[in-house]
Every structure is written in C-alpha cells, then in structure tokens.
Design a protein around this ligand. Structure first.
Ligand code: BG6
Length: 467
C-alpha cells in the first residue's frame, strides 16, 4: 500500500550523495505508487532558490537516474521540490516545512534526512529542535556515524536529548541492497545451508568490495574519513553481521538487531598487525588532498569472532578506491574434503576450495562452485558452478534501489534494516587498537588490487578476486 503523505527534509541537499542517490531515489518513490504524496524541502549551506535547486535535481536525474523521466514526470516531481538555504536558520526552515505541509493539505509526518558529515550533525539536530520540528518526525542519520567511539557516543547522546530512539534511523545502505537481504533468505529460509554454516565446515570468509571509482568531488569528506571509516566500520561489518549472526527468532527489528549486536560484541579488537593500509599513487596530488596525507584509500584486514560458531575462522575484508575492478562479493570458502581418493593429477583442489559467493551488485547473484568430473576418459576434475541471478529472472521492475527501500522503510517506521546505537558503538570500540596505532600507508598503483602485502595477509589462502 502507498505510504501516507510525508515531508522529506533533506539536509546536505546539494551534496554528492544527494545528487547520486537520494534525489533519484526520491523521484522514483514520488512517481511510483509507493509514496506518491511526498514534498521535498532541500537545504544546505549553498544559497539557492527553488528553481536553482530544481535545476540541480534535473542534472542529478539526467546523470544518475536508472529510469528516464518523461517531461510530465519531471514536471510533477519538480513541483514537489523546494529549497531553503541553511543560512536562513530555524525560522526559515520551519516556514519552508509548513509551506510544504500546506501542499499536502495540512500537517504531515516529516522525515529529516541528515546527509551531512558527522561533525555537522549536532548543529543540524539543534536546528530541527529550534524549528520545533521534532514531534511527528523521524530522523535518518547517514554514515559514518561518528568517527571514533567517543564521537559516536556523543552523537548518540546528543540525538537522544532531542529524539526518542524509535524516531532515529541510522542508515547503512548496503543492508538495503537486495542481495544483502538475500543472505537472510538464503540462510534462514532453507534447511540446506545452516547446518554447515560454522567453523566445522567453513575455512574462511572474504568480504571484498574493490571500487574503480576515485574521489570524484569528495576530497574533503574523504580526507577526514578514509577507507576504514567510510566503508569497513559501516558497510563491510554490517554485511559481516548478516553472514555471521545466529538465526533471529523473528524477522523483526529487535530480534535482528539483537543478533547483529551479539556479532559485534564478539568481534575481536582489530589488530593493526592484521591490517594493510594503502594509498593509490597520485592520491596526494588530487585537488583538496594534503600533500603529506596519511589517509588510506585502501584497506585489507583479517578479523575474527570470538564465539562458539566462528572461533578460529578468519574473515578477510578488503575495499579501496581506484582499484582494478568494481566488485562487491562475499565469498564463503569451504574446507576441503578430508581425503582424496582421486589420483594426484586429477585436478582436485587445484583450483582452490569450494565456494559459495554472494554478489551484492545491482543484479545480485548467488553462486556455488565445486569440483565435478570433466567429460571424457579418465577422472579429471574441473570447477563447476551453479548460479542464481536476478538478472535472469523477471523481477527487474520490482527491484528497489537500496536507498529507495530504506527511505520507504523509515517512512513506514520499520527499523529492521537499520542499525542501533549499541551496535555502532561496539564497532568503534573494537576499532580502537587500529585507530590508535594505524600501520603506515603503502602505495599501490591506481588500477591494481592493492599493495603486495595483501597476499601475506591471507596466506596460505588466496584472494578470491579477480575471478
Ligand atoms: C558509500 C561510500 O557509503 O558507499 C562511498 O561513502 C562508496 O565511498 C559507496 O563508493 C559504495 O556504495 P555502492 O552502493 O555504490 O557500492
């Protein structure tokens, strides 16, 4: 069913995320039957008027929307867009929101979307409070949520002074990806996999998210975050929780976050010796980057969970900018057969262990690779693969972009795919040894898989990518 009318207040409305994801996502929701009655009030530090903001939105849609808009669709969406510069203060904001509510015929619940860096969040929260826009409102907090344990605790405390926990949605868009939710379906809707989902059968797990993308226009943001804070402490660990958690008792927010939080509590502190930090050659010459910058644009690490199911199983995580390929895979490597009855030259084991692979790309895939007999005389083995892909099925029209799904969930008050204060604080807590004593960054050529030492990190195993 369609959602009731809402005013979406978009803070950081002219930023990169807004341009790439939020405006296209809101356009899709507004123009579909999902959330036809939304008004958007954009705000940011830039002095724009409504028309200039609409022009910005038009460019964003032309460049980033997956679906082309007809002229009528664009005009309809444009009529829902309003802008108020943040410089107009709480009064200006309140007036813009009231005007948007009028368009919807009176009052409407509001969704404040804070697409702003952690340092800017407290001032925005104060502004919402001063504008008297706290009641009948929910607030979406973008990642990274804080930059270390202390700032995350402070941010949570500040939020709780203004909002009830129920009103707060800490977003991690990886959990809105279809394929991430498919991990839950795969594990808990079947009897087949869960019995082998543990240290007895699994050798190691890789979560590997290389990106070819560089900084684009985000040097300022990136210089103060780097790959660990931008990606690992948020997206990669959140995905890890879906892979590693115990079966929740129900598909409901408390049950799921409780199991995820248990995973985070059992995460062993990140040991700097198990971390490779990299920086692509040429990064320091990028506009906006300090000539002696120590920010990592790449990170690979080994971590582990200190619990009954996963004791001793290494989790290898990797992500970086300007790498050889853009991929988002979770790869489960199974232990080898205890002994082989096949001749030494049969090829068994020569192509690594059996793998189950989740691909978190927009066209999500799950594949299982294993040895099978190669047709012909003799007993030669080769790797076979079984694959499921949303690309090959007829669901394409139903697929929601991660942000669309999550904005919709926040509007309908569903916390299932959002993260809790406690979970995020545990992750920052486990990050303390690394943040206090980071290993020096090593240079890697743009377009590569990272510094050479990544191979030692996973030895005697190997990185699954490139396929
Ligand atoms: C964002 C990071 O959260 O996720 C970006 O800030 C990164 O640096 C992006 O590129 C990746 O998201 P996706 O959905 O394109 O894989």
């Amino acid at each position: 069913p369609a959602l009731p009318p809402h005013v979406i207040v978009l803070f950081g409305a002219t930023g990169d995320l807004s341009r790439r994801k939020l405006i296209p996502g809101l356009a899709h929701l507004a123009l579909s039957a999902l959330a036809p009655d939304i008004q958007v009030v954009g705000t940011s530090l830039e002095e724009l008027d409504d028309d200039q903001f609409r022009a910005f939105a038009k460019e964003s849609l032309d460049q980033f929307s997956h679906r082309a808009l007809t002229t009528e669709q664009w005009e309809l969406f444009a009529s829902r867009l309003h802008y108020v510069p943040q410089g107009r203060g709480a009064e200006g904001l309140a007036a813009a929101v009231t005007a948007a509510e009028h368009e919807l015929g009176g009052t409407a619940p509001r969704l404040h979307y804070l697409s702003v860096p952690p340092v800017a969040a407290p001032a925005v929260i104060k502004m919402i409070k001063d504008a008297n826009l706290v009641e009948h409102s929910r607030v979406v907090m973008e990642k990274p949520f804080g930059t270390d344990l202390r700032s995350a605790v402070e941010l949570n405390a500040g939020l709780h002074e203004t909002f009830r926990e129920r009103q707060i949605f800490r977003i991690d868009h990886f959990l809105g990806k279809e394929a991430a939710q498919n991990i839950l379906a795969f594990r808990f809707a079947n009897g087949l996999f869960e019995p082998i989902w543990n240290r007895n059968f699994i050798d190691h797990i890789q979560i590997d998210i290389p990106e070819t993308l560089g900084l684009d226009k985000r040097a300022m943001f990136y210089e103060s975050t780097g790959a660990y804070k931008d990606m690992v402490v948020t997206h990669l660990f959140q995905v890890l929780a879906f892979v590693a958690m115990e079966p929740p008792t129900a598909l409901e927010p408390f049950a799921i976050s409780e199991e995820k939080n248990k995973v985070f509590r059992s995460l062993l502190p990140i040991n700097p010796r198990d971390v490779v930090r990299g920086q692509y050659a040429g990064y320091r010459d990028e506009p906006g980057v300090a000539p002696d910058s120590d920010t990592e644009t790449f990170i690979a690490l080994k971590c582990g969970l200190d619990n009954w199911r996963w004791a001793g199983v290494p989790f290898y995580l990797r992500t970086g900018k300007r790498m050889a390929e853009g991929q988002r895979i979770i790869s489960i490597a199974f232990k080898e057969a205890p002994r082989s009855m096949f001749p030494a030259n049969s090829g068994v084991g020569s192509q690594g262990p059996d793998h189950l692979t989740f691909d978190l790309a927009d066209e999500s895939k799950v594949s299982l690779s294993f040895y099978g007999k190669r047709p012909g005389p003799g007993m030669r083995m080769e790797k076979l693969s079984m694959q499921y892909s949303t690309d090959e099925t007829s669901y394409a029209a139903d697929v929601l972009e991660a942000y669309e799904r999550l904005i919709m969930d926040a509007m309908r008050d569903d916390h299932t795919l959002f993260t809790t204060a406690e979970g995020i604080e545990s992750l920052w807590d486990r990050s303390i040894p690394l943040l206090e004593d980071p290993p020096p960054v090593k240079s890697y050529p743009a377009g590569s898989w990272g510094p050479n030492s990544i191979h030692q990190l996973v030895a005697p195993s190997a990185w699954r990518l490139p396929f």
